[in-house]
Design a protein around this ligand. Structure first.
Ligand SMILES: NC(=O)c1ccc[n+]([C@@H]2O[C@H](COP(=O)([O-])OP(=O)(O)OC[C@H]3O[C@@H](n4cnc5c(N)ncnc54)[C@H](O)[C@@H]3O)[C@@H](O)[C@H]2O)c1
Length: 264
């Protein structure tokens, strides 16, 4: 294969990769021959990295357990990957959290601080240390996981939405700053994805409408034109595209990977 779409041997860091979308991203990148740092705050990250390395013999994957809101830990993770593999081709800043904070006037300051620290500052630090390396290399691709909630305000989600909106504008600013270094930066916006985080929303909505969990899922699936939930592999497809010459002309974009759920 020409290098037009080939990712073999490229080095990636995926945060929030112990489970959910991030795990699917890390697994797909490893299956395609990339070397992957599997990073997360949960202990589970060690099992996930082992599972990926065993499932795809010949692939290279190792775990880093960290809190992405800890700047020094993020710096150490990026420098560790570069020390081990000599470069960083893809930084997939995916770690994120949702906390039920209620309405703006119900939200406590410590809730606001934590959501912004993880969802915004965590991605900011990932971008900062990846960019420092990629500027030196004059190559690389940064992909942040954004959200539809960062494009359009939703009641009871002001904190989460604002954290994602901040990720979106930071990504656009970074894309312009990195353009002269042959590095692109984009954000992917999943729609409704099959993950622990999303099942929490489904459970809450089912309760609100007085229906079962499965009935709520059916209702959601009816709203997705492609009639299935999104998976990490769907985001991984876009990440690999953006990391090769086939996607190098794409930068500063908020790309929906959502089965046609919305067109914002
Ligand atoms: N599931 C959806 O429908 C949906 C939609 C839009 C955007 N997103 C975004 O996709 C990303 C992945 O979410 P998911 O749906 O897989 O949820 P998830 O809760 O299943 O996975 C998120 C992962 O991030 C990790 N994480 C959380 N805080 C962390 C921290 N401080 N440091 C390191 N790791 C941390 C968690 O431990 C978890 O493994 C998030 O950024 C989320 O906001 C999800």
């Amino acid at each position: 294969m020409s290098d037009f779409r080939d990712v073999t041997g490229k080095v990636a860091i995926v945060t929030g990769a112990a489970r959910g979308i991030g795990k699917g991203i890390a697994e797909t990148l490893a299956a395609e021959g990339m070397k992957v740092v599997v990073a997360d705050i949960l202990d589970l990250v060690h099992d996930t990295a082992k599972e990926i390395a065993t499932k795809y013999p010949g692939s290279e994957a190792y775990a880093v357990q960290l809190d992405v809101s800890d700047e020094q830990a993020v710096k150490g993770m990026v420098e560790g990957a570069v020390a081990k593999w000599g470069k960083l081709d893809v930084m997939a800043n995916n770690a994120g959290m949702h906390m039920h904070t209620g309405k703006v006037w119900e939200t406590k300051e410590e809730q606001l601080d934590r959501v912004l620290a993880v969802n915004f500052k965590g991605m900011f630090f990932g971008c900062k240390y990846a960019a420092l390396q990629m500027v030196k290399q004059k190559s690389g691709s940064i992909v942040n996981t954004g959200s539809f909630f960062g494009k359009v305000g939703h009641p009871d989600s002001a904190t989460y939405g604002a954290s994602k909106a901040a990720v979106h504008t930071m990504t656009q600013a970074l894309a312009m700053e990195l353009a002269e270094y042959n590095v692109n930066a984009n954000a992917l916006c999943p729609g409704l994805a099959a993950s622990e985080m999303h099942w929490g929303f489904v459970e809450a909505d089912a309760k609100k409408y007085g229906i079962t969990f499965d009935e709520m899922k059916e209702r959601e699936l009816d709203e997705i034109p492609l009639h299935r939930y999104g998976y990490g592999k769907d985001l991984a497809g876009a990440i690999m595209w953006l990391a090769t010459p086939s996607g190098e002309y794409i930068t500063g974009q908020l790309i929906n990977v959502n089965g046609g759920l919305d067109f914002t």
